[in-house]
Design a protein around this ligand. Structure first.
Ligand SMILES: [Zn+2]
Length: 113
């Protein structure tokens, strides 16, 4: 399961940061999930809950924020809000859109107690 691998990666990042902070308690973790990253927020939330069981992060609050996918049309430069990877430009119906944001998935911040 894709989300479980991601959840484990996120946990690793938190672990590394916690070690740098002398194993301080992690209060909150902010994760940014692009609309086109292929990750279901609900599935990632469930996976995170599963991987933190029995760890120091059981009481950590995971804040998952979805980022809208925005692309620029290579033909008319219109900014397009992409709903799928196969969206087309609403103005000129060009299929070639440069994705500017929305494919990313990263840990934005980690807050320690
Ligand atoms: Zn266009």
């Amino acid at each position: 399961m894709h989300e479980l691998t991601l959840a484990n990666n996120i946990l690793q990042i938190i672990n590394q940061q916690a070690t740098l902070q002398n194993d301080g308690c992690v209060r909150e973790v902010e994760v940014v999930v692009g609309e086109l990253s292929g990750v279901m927020i609900e599935a990632l939330k469930a996976a995170l809950q599963a991987v933190i069981k029995g760890t120091n992060y059981e009481n950590t609050l995971f804040n998952l924020t979805e980022v809208k996918a925005i692309a620029e049309c290579t033909n008319c430069s219109a900014k397009v809000n992409m709903e799928t990877l196969y969206s087309q430009c609403p103005q000129c119906h060009n299929m070639h859109l440069d994705i500017m944001q929305g494919k990313e998935l990263f840990v934005k911040s980690i807050t320690f107690e």
